[in-house]
Design a protein around this ligand. Structure first.
Ligand code: UD1
Length: 423
């Protein structure tokens, strides 16, 4: 069983290069299905979620070649059956994007109910409502969603909740529909804009991505393209938090500082110095943090995917902080693990009341999901003693070479594969 072993108390110095965005990659790779040509995707992160989605495409008959560590060449021409592999799909939430892409291209899709991180109910009602308004009917049989349409016709779709997944899926289904689709109350995350830019580079006509109204004029054909995806906002935020926890002076390279604004603002409120440049930020911290309150919100608010990491920081900040998780019903499962490290946190519904302690202590903990795992790393880097993190497969789903990147700035972090190595 693999574990991460981290000994805290080492200040971090140097440069960390951020990889391509997971959440953009897992939307853009399925979007290639819509293409009538071959696509080359660059700046793809080397992570498990990308491997799974590649494997799903291969099993459907697409050709997926790794040109190098960060570039993929995908030819969807060989896809004969728009049915996604059940077992693979169950591993990740974003596999639901296969529904929109397959429906948009073949007017039908069979995709298992998606898996992924468990933080409460993860409904897809808005995705299915959107497909319905475009003219597709769905049934759910044996845990599999089957969507069918004779044709897709553009229409007005108002999302009842701001949903990244529903916005992506409707964009994918609408891009080749007849006429104009308008998505109102759309999500505005950077990866929505990235997906729109990718689709447009194939010849689609998508306008307004990044605002809450997206207009899509359907086109008949989409050509192959070469496209480089954006840097990962959450990976960057996680390493910024790592520096705040351990203390140090680190340049985080290959970022779009605008995408980090809400994270930067909160870390500054906590007393951290952050300098912004064109494509990098410099984070300077002495490891001593001030309390603050945080509420998660859809973009441009503070991202829910940074909530566990900032809570890990607040656990050793000076004073009491309140964290309000306003996106997911239950995203505090990891708090028990922080409590094992000595954190004083009380969870009450969507609120976590965090009474900062002078320091946390390294103990064995689990990565209960992807960002929970990131929070354990952040906490461990600033804790006294050694933390062992189990269930790191969650972390590997979304972080490329976390050990290499943190070791390169002086962290004491090791990947241990066997019980013998641990002894
Ligand atoms: C995406 C991100 C995930 C992030 C989340 C919120 C990817 C692959 N995943 O997940 O990392 O935590 O955005 O920023 O990009 N909802 C409904 N009905 C629906 C869909 C969603 O009620 O049909 C609700 C959800 O329960 C949740 C909220 O909307 O409360 C946001 O969900 P959504 O934005 O769809 O999250 P995901 O796309 O699954």
């Amino acid at each position: 069983m693999e574990k991460l072993v981290i000994t805290g108390g080492k200040m971090l110095h140097g440069t960390i290069k951020i990889s391509g965005a997971k959440n953009a990659a897992v939307a853009i790779i399925p979007a290639v299905i819509l293409s009538d040509g071959v696509c080359v995707l660059e700046n793809i992160p080397d992570i498990e979620d990308v491997n799974i989605i590649d494997e799903i495409l291969c099993k459907m008959g697409a050709s997926v070649k790794h040109i190098d560590k960060t570039s993929l060449e995908i030819d969807p021409a060989g896809i004969k059956k728009p049915v996604a592999d059940y077992d693979l799909v169950r591993h990740m939430r974003a596999s639901s994007y296969l529904m929109g892409a397959l429906l948009g291209k073949y007017l039908r899709a069979d995709v298992a109910l998606p898996g992924g991180c468990d933080f409460g109910v993860r409904p897809v009602d808005q995705h299915l409502k959107g497909f319905g308004i475009l003219g597709a009917a769905h049934t759910i049989e044996n845990d599999t969603i089957k969507v069918r349409a004779d044709k897709l016709v553009g229409n007005h779709i108002y999302l009842d909740v701001v949903s990244v997944g529903a916005t992506v899926n409707i964009m994918l289904a609408a891009v080749k529909a007849e006429g104009r689709t308008t998505i109102e109350n759309a999500a505005k995350e950077p990866h929505i804009v990235d997906l729109a830019n990718f689709l447009n580079s194939m010849g689609a006509d998508v306008r307004g991505a990044g605002t809450d109204v997206i207009k899509i004029n359907g086109v008949k054909k989409l050509r192959g393209t070469t496209y480089s995806i954006i840097p990962d906002q959450i990976e960057a935020g996680t390493y910024m938090a790592a520096v705040c926890s351990a203390g140090g002076d680190v340049t985080i390279q290959n970022v779009i500082p605008k995408h980090l604004e809400s994270i930067t603002a909160k870390l500054r409120e906590m007393g951290v110095t952050i300098e912004e440049f064109d494509d990098y930020v410099r984070v300077v911290s002495n490891g001593k943090l001030k309390r603050c309150n945080v509420t998660t919100m859809p973009h441009p608010g503070f991202p829910t995917d940074m909530q566990p990491q900032i809570t890990a920081l607040l656990a050793k900040a000076n004073g009491t902080s309140i964290v309000n998780e306003a996106v997911w019903d239950y995203r505090f499962r990891y708090v028990t693990e922080l409590q094992r490290m000595g954190a004083d946190i009380v969870v009450d519904g969507s609120l976590a009341i965090v009474n900062g302690k002078e320091s946390l202590t390294g103990v064995p903990v689990k990565a209960t999901d992807l960002r929970a795992g990131a929070a354990m790393i952040v906490a461990a880097l600033g804790a006294k003693g050694t933390t062992q993190i189990e269930d790191i497969r969650h972390i590997q789903r979304g972080y490329e070479d976390v050990v290499g990147k943190l070791s390169s700035v002086g962290a004491d972090i090791k990947l241990i594969r066997t019980e013998d190595e641990l002894k």
